[in-house]
Design a binder for this molecule. Structure first.
Ligand SMILES: [Fe+2]
Ligand SMILES: [Fe+2]
Length: 187
């Protein structure tokens, strides 16, 4: 766990709120919790999510923050991820290893940072297995699969600008046919 997150419990709620409202603080926090490769992926997802939000009357700042934070739990050791799930969400303990971090992130952000934006937490929770089809969840799901660090140039982003549901269906179709978006190790 990073020092930045470790020290959060020393702050009062006003100080925490102040810090969590500062994008630069969040960027540092994400950077200190993952590899450079994953950090660059997170920044790219944040930017794409923000862009897609602007086409769908969704709060683009929320989309940016959801993108930035979505993989915050990805590099937490699996035993620690399981400990979160055992305590907060035992029904998800049997999920595949690659899926768990999306659920763990919700509890990690709440527990360690007192991060409480329900829309953002819900979208992060759903970014691997899209169980909720609210706009922000769909935007994050799509942005995570087509951020520029993946170098996949197809029609998904253009479709997503017009119709999020269609873009999600397209991604699922492509995955079934070629498994081209879930095979990366950044998922
Ligand atoms: Fe992820
Ligand atoms: Fe990701």
């Amino acid at each position: 766990m990073s020092k930045v997150i470790d020290d959060f419990h020393l702050l009062n709620s006003k100080q925490r709120r102040y810090l969590l409202n500062d994008d630069e603080v969040l960027i540092d926090l994400v950077k200190s919790n993952m590899s450079m490769k994953r950090f660059l992926h997170s920044l790219a997802v944040a930017r794409l999510a923000k862009e897609l939000a602007s086409y769908h009357h969704v709060d683009s700042h929320k989309a940016y923050i959801a993108g930035l934070l979505h993989d915050i739990a990805k590099e937490i050791p699996l035993e620690e991820q399981d400990a979160y799930l055992r305590y907060y969400d035992p029904i998800r303990l049997n999920e595949a290893e690659k899926i768990k971090h999306s659920h763990v992130a919700k509890y990690y952000l709440k527990d360690k940072l007192n991060f409480n934006d329900k829309d953002i937490l819900n979208a992060i929770y759903n970014h691997t297995v899209l169980r909720s089809r609210d706009k922000l969840s769909m935007i994050l799901y799509i942005a995570d699969k087509r951020d520029e660090t993946r170098n996949i140039n197809d029609e998904v982003i253009e479709v997503a600008k017009k119709d999020l549901k269609k873009a999600v269906e397209l991604l699922i179709e492509k995955w079934k046919e070629k498994k081209i978006y879930l095979d990366g190790n950044l998922k």
